[in-house]
Design a protein around this ligand. Structure first.
Ligand code: ASP
Ligand code: MG
Length: 403
């Protein structure tokens, strides 16, 4: 098998930790696999490098220089890990993003990967070496170092796994995997054995940030099997894969998890003129300002020919949204004291009654639902913030996720 392993900042946070990682890599190699390792900077290093730059300027420094600076953190880890592996008798070679053939566009500090020329990696693997790639970075077509945005080593790992058609891409962090909900809210939350890409994308918004969303999207596109697991124990982790791989899983649960998103604000417009094109013009203006509208509801018209319109936006975009909608309605009300609770599961596609259970569960707790939206794999409800955690626990129990 060809295995790509990615180790995050806490997994390589000290020299001792890098030594532990070397042992795990060696185990994987000894089991007969080809191994490519992608590493993050040691924890805290990227932030430290940003602070260094801020010593000289509070303005945004030249983004090409920032990329030279920030890419250094990952290079340090990759070199140290390769040195440790060689010392233990396992031939290894470290590679910068450039050496690994990771070509990006030139949007410095937030570059997108265009292509990976895997020649160097393949040659070194063929000669029996363990390849250690510095994550988070690439090179632009005109030869400058680029970085992929914060948390970007996950993306490097997935892209490398895709380019090499790896059998699996293991993402090591300090948590055991993906849970049915945030264990800090519901201690009975259970680790999931497997989950689909789409479910993972929905659950990630709950803040259980085991994986950068962009990397899950890329894994889905490239069909890379992802496993998130801890580098601090030998627990199995969670497989994130395509739905096709989940169909023959007889025990596929109806619901995979309950997500809580606290970063929501509800915008209500009252007295909006009810004629064709009005909603179009409001949402076009929001889109032009790059404001992410999530849920939308429009009421049936009132007798005076007006209607009300409600939608949600991320909290940090709420003032921008206010300036866009001001003047489009008789009154504008923005409430940031709300949360979005979502019930997520591919299993709900083929079952009825899933939504009604959610609504009756919240009703039994006396929780008022302010907005609802559904997709094939998700039911989301906006409720008052103070009821968010109660709603999560009640739904977790109602869908028997604690059993
Ligand atoms: N070191 C980078 C960061 O802290 C990339 C990563 O760790 O994924 O954002
Ligand atoms: Mg990370």
């Amino acid at each position: 098998m060809l295995v790509v392993q990615k180790y995050g900042g806490t997994s390589v946070g000290t020299l001792e930790r890098i030594e532990e990682v070397a042992k795990r890599v060696i185990e994987t190699k000894k089991a007969g696999n080809d191994v490519v390792v992608v590493v993050s900077a040691m924890s805290g290093v990227t932030n430290k490098l940003i602070e260094y730059a801020e010593y000289f300027t509070k303005e945004a420094p030249c983004s090409k220089d920032m990329d030279m600076l920030l890419s250094a953190g990952e290079r340090v880890t990759s070199a140290l890990l390769a040195i440790a592996l060689n010392e233990k008798g396992y031939p290894a070679i470290s590679m910068s993003g450039r050496a690994a053939g990771i070509v990006t566009d030139d949007s410095h500090t937030k570059a997108r990967i265009i292509n990976i020329d895997s020649t160097n990696m393949r040659n070194e693997l063929d000669s029996g070496k363990i390849v250690v790639v510095a994550g988070f970075q690439g090179v632009s077509e005109d030869g400058f170092v680029t970085t992929l945005g914060r948390g970007g080593s996950d993306l490097s790992a997935v892209a490398v796994a895709g380019a090499l058609s790896a059998d699996v891409c293991e993402i090591y962090t300090d948590v055991d995997g993906v849970y049915t909900t945030d264990p800090r809210i519901e201690p009975k939350a259970k680790k999931l054995d497997r989950i689909s890409y789409d479910e993972m994308l929905e659950l990630a918004s709950m803040g259980a940030k085991v994986l950068q969303n962009r990397s899950v999207e890329l894994a889905k596109k490239l069909n890379v099997n992802l496993v998130t697991r801890s580098s601090f124990n030998n627990n199995e982790g969670t497989l994130i894969t395509g739905e096709a791989n989940m169909e023959n899983n007889m025990e596929q649960a109806l619901i995979s998890g309950i997500a809580l998103d606290k970063n929501q604000a509800r915008v209500t417009l009252r007295g909006v003129v009810d004629r064709p094109g009005v909603a179009a013009s409001i949402f076009k203006k929001l889109a032009e300002k790059n404001i992410n509208v999530d849920m939308i509801i429009q009421n049936t018209s009132h007798e005076d020919g007006t209607t009300s319109l409600g939608f949600t936006v991320p909290q940090n975009e709420m003032e921008a949204a206010r300036s866009v909608v001001e003047g489009t309605a008789k009154s504008v009300e923005i409430d940031s004291d709300v949360v979005k609770v979502s019930v997520v599961g591919v299993g709900m596609k083929s079952h009825s009654g899933v939504a009604s259970l959610a609504f009756s569960t919240l009703a039994n707790e006396g929780i008022n639902i302010q907005m609802i939206s559904t997709s094939e794999i998700k039911i989301s409800m906006i409720v008052a913030a103070k009821y968010g955690e109660l709603a999560v626990r009640a739904l977790h129990k109602a869908y028997e996720l604690d059993i």
